[in-house]
Design a protein around this ligand. Sequence first.
Ligand SMILES: Cc1cc2nc3c(=O)[nH]c(=O)nc-3n(C[C@H](O)[C@H](O)[C@H](O)COP(=O)(O)O)c2cc1C
Length: 319
Amino acid sequence: MMELTDRFYRRFARSLSQHTLLYTEMITTGALIHGDRQRFLRYDPSEHPLAIQLGGSNPKDLALCARMCEDAGFDEINLNVGCPSDRVQNNMIGACLMAHPQLVAECLAAMQAEVDIPVTVKHRIGIDEQEGYEVLHHFVEQVRQSGCKTFIVHARKAILQGLSPKENREIPPLRYEYVYQLKQSFPELEIILNGGIKTLDECQTHLQQVDGVMLGREAYYNPRLLMEVDPVLFAQPSPFQCPKQAVQAYLPFLQECLQEGVPLGHITRHLLSIFQGLPGGRLYRRHLSEQAHRPGAGLHTLVDAMEHVRLPQQPTETK
Ligand SMILES: Cc1cc2nc3c(=O)[nH]c(=O)nc-3n(C[C@H](O)[C@H](O)[C@H](O)COP(=O)(O)O)c2cc1C
């Protein structure tokens, strides 16, 4: 998610769940080819398994970028066919490509010809006046000819004129049944459902119908949910007993970033919600958001903020 799933967030998210597949923000081919490539491709080795998402519609450019991504060590490359923003529509990036399944197939074919890692696509169920399951079926039918085997479906359509990107994540109704039907129609494809999922119970319900689930906002704004993912969905122990341990374990990484000159607030903004709903969680959040941008802020700012949090049944700390 743009502005959210940067390497600082992902490093934290990975510490909370060892088994979830993480995704970068969307990176356009233009940014990778002409921009600060090192910055866009940077990640911490602990982030694996890690997918990078590309935005673009020029097969040659996408193939070139796919090569860069594979060389950089990403585990999967995903093509964005779901972003409704005007800015990207003008460049034929994102959800507007739902109207051009042949071009999407060409893009995915060119990328797959260039790399060995999986190339996947994330898309909507339709755009604008496109209605009904048949539109989605037709899109996937054409795009799968590229050899792409994994389709991540945001189960609502996008309205490209008249709704903001935010509204396009809220107003068009969710149609989970279309995604379920897609799996029935194409049992050989890996179908991943996205959109509006808030709990792991919901994940388990969807997983009876599809191959996987993707969480966006809930994974970001309610990061403690990630601590439950390994035990509940992967039958593996949670990496931490409590969220304080998770933040403490993040401190050495935070310190390295500060030494490189990354401003504290760029990193700690991703930690603001970790104690939400717990005793002292609000004071923690306020302390961190008010103090992190002040001169002299540092590691101690986060440590001090954590002092506000009073967790029931904290495990005894060894000194
Ligand atoms: C701030 C923000 C930025 C987003 N950026 C991207 C993006 O770069 N690529 C993408 O595929 N989806 C992006 N999304 C959409 C989410 O990935 C997801 O499809 C959508 O929010 C619905 O899922 P959710 O209800 O689990 O959040 C973004 C969402 C938000 C809130």
